[in-house]
Design a protein around this ligand. Structure first.
Ligand code: GLN
Length: 448
């Protein structure tokens, strides 16, 4: 009831696309009954969780914030959602985002943009903007998002909360609407590390429905949180000195590194060299995968279809897709189709795959020598609403620090660090080697 009331009062933020009021109250009542009967209520008993509208929940609408899926009801629940419910969590609603998780500001939603609760003239970040604001404004305790190139860490940074992108394969993608399948990963928003660790504990692990979900054992994340030790940290010199990074923020990171050293940690700058190529490689590979993934939305199988009559099949597809998809999604389908086309495949797609391989090797080398990499999450604080909408390239370039973890599959987290003199928060991003969420969460815990 408390959360339902708060959501009602925060309608103007547009964080929720739908609130499952009756359902949530029924879940709460069922939980009470379980406890009355002396049954084990589960490790998430009564925890109120919102889910990004790209995650399926059986019997509920899911739209990916797109007109093309309007009115479509999930036939099954995502594995992550099933596991949350089995542990007693209450799924309170579905959260606004950029259409098909493509964007960095939540302005690409077919259902309106989301406001940053700290400053209503600014964006919350994206694509999981609703998920970030829901936690930021206390409209749920924890939320799920998806992170293909930073969509959990970037809005967490803009909203002053914690955002985790686990290792590729740590959480099953079954029931997550695909954007770029070799990059996508479900991520978790919370206001502290303990909450995030608890939810990860529940939803991580192998799944028969997703062959890319890892078989590796899920460690006890909460138990390891209090153990703090002296660490060896690397920061990427070219990242810290990048011209796009806000000067005041650069100073903030530098003094933070000095503080870490004073506490007994090692902090060393290393060369990375590929930073100028990562955004380009990311957008070539993800648009290629997206153009293939989104071909299933043809007006026949799901949601929206053109009302126009007497069309032949090809025109019916064309009309339905033209009317159903928004501008940014169309831009990416075209870009992806282009880089995959016969004449350009080697020049773009193959090249981008080669960059990906080089980046993976370099990251592995650095993570072999250090416990973690420290990096800004985003080069600036939250943009003003509308600021970047006419310049997609500028918007893409702001992903420079977040796409690294998705290109390489390693886990990464953004935790709030300082407040900028413009009043907005900014965070620090921590990256560890794959399937080392244990150390990642431990380090993040010690920094918060
Ligand atoms: N801003 C990035 C993009 O638009 C990230 C998206 C995401 O992680 N889903 O592709």
């Amino acid at each position: 009831h408390l959360y339902l009331r708060r959501i009602e009062q925060a309608r103007h933020l547009n964080a929720y696309l739908e609130v499952f009021s009756e359902d949530a109250l029924a879940q709460a009542a069922a939980l009470d009954a379980r406890i009355q009967k002396g049954e084990r209520p589960g490790s998430l008993a009564g925890v109120v969780i919102g889910i990004k509208d790209v995650i399926c929940y059986k019997g509920h609408e899911v739209t990916a914030a797109s007109k093309i899926l309007e009115g479509f009801t999930s036939l099954y629940s995502a594995t992550a959602v099933e596991r949350l419910i089995a542990e007693g969590a209450i799924i309170i609603g579905r959260l606004n985002c950029d259409e098909f998780a493509m964007g960095s500001t939540n302005e690409n939603s077919a259902y309106g943009n989301v406001l940053n609760a700290l400053d209503n003239t600014r964006v919350p970040g994206g694509s999981s903007g609703g998920s970030a604001v829901a936690v930021q404004a206390g409209l749920c305790q924890v939320s799920l998002g998806s992170d293909t190139g930073g969509s959990v860490r970037q809005p967490a940074d803009f909203c002053g909360i914690v955002g985790l992108k686990p290792t590729y394969g740590r959480i099953s993608r079954h029931g997550l609407i695909a954007y770029a399948s070799s990059f996508d990963q479900i991520g978790i928003f919370g206001s502290n590390i303990a909450d995030v660790a608890l939810v990860l504990q529940v939803i991580a692990g192998p799944d028969a429905y997703d062959s890319t979900a890892s078989q590796s054992k899920v460690p006890d994340y909460q138990a390891s949180l209090p153990h703090n030790k002296n660490r060896r940290f690397a920061y990427l010199k070219d990242a810290l000195h990048h011209e796009g990074l806000d000067t005041e923020m650069r100073g903030g990171y530098e003094s933070f590194f000095e503080d870490l050293k004073a506490e007994g940690h090692t902090v060393e700058g290393v060369n990375f060299d590929y930073l100028d190529y990562v955004v380009a490689a990311y957008y070539v590979l993800t648009t290629a995968e997206a153009s293939s993934n989104l071909s299933r939305f043809d007006g026949v199988k799901y949601g929206y279809r053109t009302p126009e009559k007497d069309l032949d099949l090809t025109d019916f597809y064309k009309k339905s897709r033209s009317e159903g998809f928004g501008k940014e999604v169309k831009r990416r389908i075209l870009l992806g189709t282009f880089v995959l086309s016969a004449g350009y495949y080697d020049a773009y797609f193959t090249k981008a795959q080669q960059v990906r391989r080089l980046v993976v090797e370099r990251m592995q080398k650095i993570l072999g020598e250090y416990d973690a990499i420290l990096l800004p999450t985003v080069p600036t604080t939250a943009f003003k609403i509308g600021e970047k909408m006419d310049d997609p390239i500028a918007m893409y370039l702001a992903d420079i620090y977040t796409v690294l973890a998705n290109l390489t599959g390693v886990p990464a987290i953004s935790v709030p660090l300082h407040r900028h003199s413009n009043g907005m928060p900014y965070g620090i991003q921590i990256i560890t080697k794959e399937f080392d969420e244990e150390n990642l969460l431990q380090i993040a815990h010690s920094m918060l």
